[in-house]
Design a binder for this molecule. Structure first.
Ligand code: KG4
Ligand code: ZN
Length: 334
């Protein structure tokens, strides 16, 4: 291992182009995220081909700027880590190929990172002194899963959504309310001004056994409610809908933590940036003697710092790397 050991992290699985540089396993020296959200907003969701082309356009500039910010050159990089799934195949291919090109050209190792594991490593970046075991709720635009983290690299799936992810439901309800894509942060803001008890939306699967989730029915309930009640206040709909999402996520996650005899719950992914979810889980966790932790907000939504952290961990602790033939895996699971 060269000293210091720098990892160049690349994330392009959806609509964020991101590059980060990590020293060692947790010391971040550059972290740049460029969001394509504005480009996709006019279509109401991510258009894969448009996303691929924009990643291709922006990625070299981000890598250049990240190196400049860290006052490094490519000569200083010891490892390249890029997301290889899950995600959109075109966007994944762009980041993966770019990363492989650098690794090949500089004759340094390359490692593909599972995006979901990356989200878990956002916790390690923010709170390196709180190691596993813990329960993790991964709650994002593409996933809603409960995972027991026995050790970094050792995971057991405890439950997952049977249909829509929580973030996906938030974005779809946002569309019904006329909010631009992505809607999570705006629903968060609107809900601060609304009454969460105004509309009694269902709490899907909250009393069913097991730890699976379902958000498609809730989304449909909002749609029917809006059709029947055209004069409903946007703030009340946002607050009532979010209350239902937060309620289900809180109950299931804390119960899973208790059932697996764990003392700690770590909440990661874009929806973990939600202020209502952060507040409720923290206070209900306290009542039940469960320590609930969230990464800093900027590490919750997609970024390359978490990808570099997961890649550096696997390489430095187990000597792992991947051949340059590694293909994107759009449906990769943990
Ligand atoms: O982790 P992420 O950036 O991308 C995926 O891997 O999917 O998560 C994106 C999701 C979107 O659905 C977005 O609406 C949601 O996270 N989101 C939020 C907030 N910020 C982003 N949802 C609720 N409250 C927020 N503050
Ligand atoms: Zn993500």
């Amino acid at each position: 291992m060269t000293d210091p050991f720098y990892t160049l992290g690349i994330e392009t699985s959806c609509d964020e182009t991101a590059v980060a540089i990590l020293r060692g396993e947790t010391d971040l020296v550059a972290n740049l995220v460029y969001s394509q959200a504005k480009i996709h907003a006019r279509y109401g969701g991510v258009v894969p081909e448009v996303a691929s082309r924009d990643h291709l356009r922006k990625l070299p500039y981000l890598a250049h700027d990240a190196l400049a910010q860290a006052d490094l050159s490519l000569d200083d990089i010891s490892l390249v880590a890029a997301t290889y799934g899950p995600g959109l195949v075109g966007p994944l291919l762009v980041g993966l190929s770019y990363g492989k090109g650098i690794a090949f050209g500089r004759e340094i190792p390359f490692i593909g990172v599972n995006h979901l594991e990356g989200h878990i490593f956002a916790h390690r970046l923010t709170t390196p002194k709180v190691p596993p075991p813990f329960m993790t709720l991964i709650v994002s635009g593409g996933h809603t899963s409960l995972v027991e983290v026995k050790a970094y690299g050792e995971y057991q799936l405890v439950g997952a959504t049977v249909d829509d992810a929580a973030g996906e439901a938030l974005d779809k309800v946002g569309k019904m309310l006329g909010i631009g894509y992505p809607a999570g942060a705006e629903i968060d803001r609107l809900a601060q001004q609304g009454d969460p008890t105004a509309i009694p939306f269902p709490r899907p699967m909250s009393s069913s056994p097991g730890f699976d989730f379902s958000f498609a029915g809730l989304k449909t309930a909002v749609l029917y409610h809006l059709k029947k009640n055209t004069r409903e206040k946007q703030e009340d709909v946002a607050a009532s809908f979010l209350a239902s999402v937060v309620d289900v996520l809180t109950k299931k996650s804390l119960e899973a933590t208790r059932r697996y005899h764990l003392e700690r719950l770590v909440v990661v992914g874009g929806v973990a940036a939600n202020s209502h979810l952060r507040e409720r889980l923290t206070s209900d966790g306290k009542e039940r003697g469960i320590d609930v932790l969230f990464p800093e907000r900027s590490y919750c939504t997609d970024n390359a710092a978490m990808i570099a952290a997961a890649g550096a961990f696997h390489h430095l602790s187990a000597g792992e790397s991947h051949p340059l033939s590694l293909a994107p895996q759009p449906s990769l699971s943990l």
